[in-house]
Design a binder for this molecule. Structure first.
Ligand code: DGY
Length: 328
């Protein structure tokens, strides 16, 4: 019996590669070569499934060239690389990897908030550069985290896991805005107050972004929103590039219109806006919020499980568009 063909677009953990090879005729990319859209299209032709990493654009033009394709399995929770309407019309299932990364990503959100508010990166650069000659009472004095007000924009699973840490561990007051208001019982757990974006920005000491990227959430934070924030506030983005207008943010940081920012994601990453690289009051990390060895393995495992379950048995663990799928 001929085995179904799948494409793995990037390097993958070796045990998971082996598992996929037990089920499918696999084309891998263990050298982790960079493929442009044309190369992805060329390699995806004739494949029944694809393991993806959240950055490979899957749209109508690509799907038109890949009539055999039945599933694209992201190993990320974010799926803004998928045009789900086009995929549904082409009968292609999209899956993502929710839940398994929630706690590690929430840990990182708190870590980035702490590093930013407490100016850890600035202090480290200063020390490494040999500038530290003596203690001073105001050396890298930052903003208080415990007892302060945290504004969370995007109160899904990760937002709630951060709220739990912030409220229970740091005694923070939680305000949030979200597409829909949470149940009163959930709000009560963290004593969280639902506000509109403007009210949240005006009262939060720290603003943390953890919402999905969609055309509607593009530049959720731009010039006008930065102007609403306290001059002592910090802004943390662990969501997606494009949710913040990075040029406007760099200018606000340079002019000290807000105190500091912590960014794990960037518009057009891996490129970083050059103005962000030259302002001192920003902590920059290379999209690693979910990057623990165990969590990245769990995310990849979920994508692998989705491919095996769907191509072998017609079911998926975390489908995104099963109900809308046009069956050929
Ligand atoms: C996700 O899972 O969406 C994270 O941002 C990792 O890319």
């Amino acid at each position: 019996m001929t085995r179904q063909k799948i494409l793995i677009t990037r390097a993958i953990q070796s045990d998971l590669l082996l598992r996929l090879q037990q089920h499918f005729d696999v084309t891998d990319n263990q050298p982790d070569a960079e493929w442009d859209a044309a190369e992805l299209q060329r390699r995806l032709k004739g494949q029944a499934g694809a393991y993806m990493t959240g950055i490979e654009r899957v749209d109508a033009a690509l799907l038109a060239q890949c009539p055999q394709l039945r599933i694209c399995a992201n190993m990320t929770v974010g799926y803004n690389n998928f045009d789900l309407a086009a995929m549904s019309a082409a009968g292609v299932l999209g899956t993502n990897a929710p839940d398994v990364l929630t706690e590690s990503t929430a840990d990182f959100g708190m870590a980035l908030l702490l590093a930013t508010a407490r100016r850890m990166a600035e202090g480290e650069r200063y020390l490494r550069a040999g500038h530290w000659q003596r203690w001073r009472y105001d050396l890298f004095a930052g903003a208080e985290v415990h007892g302060s007000t945290l504004g969370i924009i995007g109160m899904g699973r990760i937002g709630q896991a951060i709220a739990r840490r912030a409220a229970l561990g740091f005694g923070m007051q939680i305000v949030y805005c979200n597409r829909s208001r949470l149940d009163a019982s959930v709000e009560a757990q963290w004593n969280a107050r639902y506000l509109d974006k403007q009210a949240l920005l005006a009262c939060a000491d720290h603003v943390l972004l953890v919402l999905p990227y969609t055309p509607q959430s593009h530049h959720t934070i731009g010039v006008a929103e930065l102007a609403c924030m306290k001059p002592t506030a910090t802004l943390i983005n662990i969501a997606r590039g494009g949710i913040v207008d990075d040029a406007a943010l760099a200018q606000a940081l340079r002019e000290h219109r807000i105190a500091a920012a912590g960014l794990d994601v960037f518009e057009g990453e891996p490129a970083v806006h050059p103005d962000l690289l030259s302002v001192p009051n920003v902590v920059l990390t290379p999209h690693i919020a979910s990057a623990t060895t165990g969590t990245r393995h769990a995310m990849a495992t979920l994508a692998v499980d989705n491919l095996i379950a769907y191509l072998n048995e017609g079911r998926a663990l975390t489908p995104l568009n099963l109900a809308d799928l046009q069956r050929p």
